[in-house]
Design a protein around this ligand. Structure first.
Ligand code: SF4
Length: 311
């Protein structure tokens, strides 16, 4: 292998910056990525925020430091651009919890239901859905549907939370995020005893008993805005630990605590600086989606944007 293997972080960052210019590339990183990867990114955000940025940018190459379905979403929205996933093996167990054949069978059981697919799913699942949603807009999307029955895939916890906010009948799919499942009620209770003034903020992929303890149930982008707008100075954050880095970077004057130590998504932590460098240098690993699937998936994503226009 090349001498590149022996570069230290400082040298790697410098070379990444040079390559970025050379390739006319933009680096995007999800809030759950490693701190050093977030720090070299042009933008840090949630999956859809980043995909929208990817669609708007005039960069030719998008290095999407995240997991496979997120880079796929960027490619669905920007087919003419080269979208790279630096760690090819970074997948999402939640997205893998539903297959096209399973969705086909479930749709046949509920022919009157609209299929609402949380963006954490493959391009193929998106292509079979009536509409997509994010954790930030799931309630609005569901309420915007003409149908009274909604087949909500693949995250049961987000679907269950949506059910508490709507009169529509939500049919749940039994998928879940293994990372959020590892959070324990006792960890929140103990931390709240130590810091009674702290505000508890959790992600809607969390279990019901965790959501019941929360002051606010929010997507990662909403969490950032909520903590910025709040007069509180201490927060207990119930989501993947990478988000703590984003919050602490944005609000160094506030305190962010994590109830369950070492709550990491192993897939989100696969991307290292070396992968970003290799990705830019060798254009690794480009996302490709069959055009028919991409077009149908785009319709489901566009449907969401039309139902819930964003600022
Ligand atoms: Fe998938 Fe959960 Fe990891 Fe997000 S945190 S990529 S939903 S496994």
């Amino acid at each position: 292998m090349s001498l590149d293997l022996f570069l230290d972080d400082k040298e790697l960052v410098a070379r990444i910056k040079d390559l970025k210019k050379e390739r006319n590339a933009v680096i995007l990183a999800h809030s759950y990525e490693r701190p050093e990867v977030q720090d070299i990114a042009d933008y840090v955000g949630d999956s859809l925020e980043l995909s929208r940025l990817a669609a708007k940018t005039d960069a030719d190459v998008i290095v999407f430091c995240s997991v496979h379905f997120m880079a796929e979403t960027a490619k669905i929205l920007s087919p003419q651009k080269t979208v790279l996933l630096p760690a090819a093996e970074a997948g999402c167990p939640l997205a893998d919890m539903i297959t096209p054949a399973q969705l086909e069978a479930e749709k046949a059981k509920y022919p009157k239901a609209a299929v609402v697919a949380y963006v954490n799913c493959s391009a193929e699942i998106k292509s079979m859905a009536d509409i997509c949603c994010t954790s930030a807009n799931a309630v609005q999307v569901v309420n915007a549907m003409a149908q009274d029955e909604i087949l909500f895939v693949p995250d049961q916890h987000l679907g269950r939370w949506v059910q508490t906010q709507t009169d529509k009948k939500i049919i749940l799919w039994a998928g879940c995020c293994p990372t959020h499942q590892r959070m324990k009620v006792s960890d929140f209770v103990n931390l709240k005893k130590e810091h009674p003034e702290a505000v508890i903020v959790v992600h809607p992929e969390s279990n019901e008993d965790i959501c019941n303890l929360a002051d606010a149930i929010l997507s990662t982008s909403q969490m950032l805005r909520y903590c910025q707008a709040s007069s509180a100075t201490k927060f207990i954050i119930g989501t993947e630990m990478g988000m703590l880095h984003r919050l602490r970077t944005a609000m160094p004057e506030k305190t962010f605590l994590q109830p369950s130590k070492g709550l990491i998504c192993p897939n989100m932590k696969m991307t290292q600086l070396e992968d970003v460098y290799e990705s830019l240098k060798e254009l690794k690993h480009p996302i490709e989606i069959p055009e028919l699937i991409r077009m149908k998936a785009l319709k489901a994503l566009d449907g969401m944007l039309a139902a819930v226009p964003t600022k």
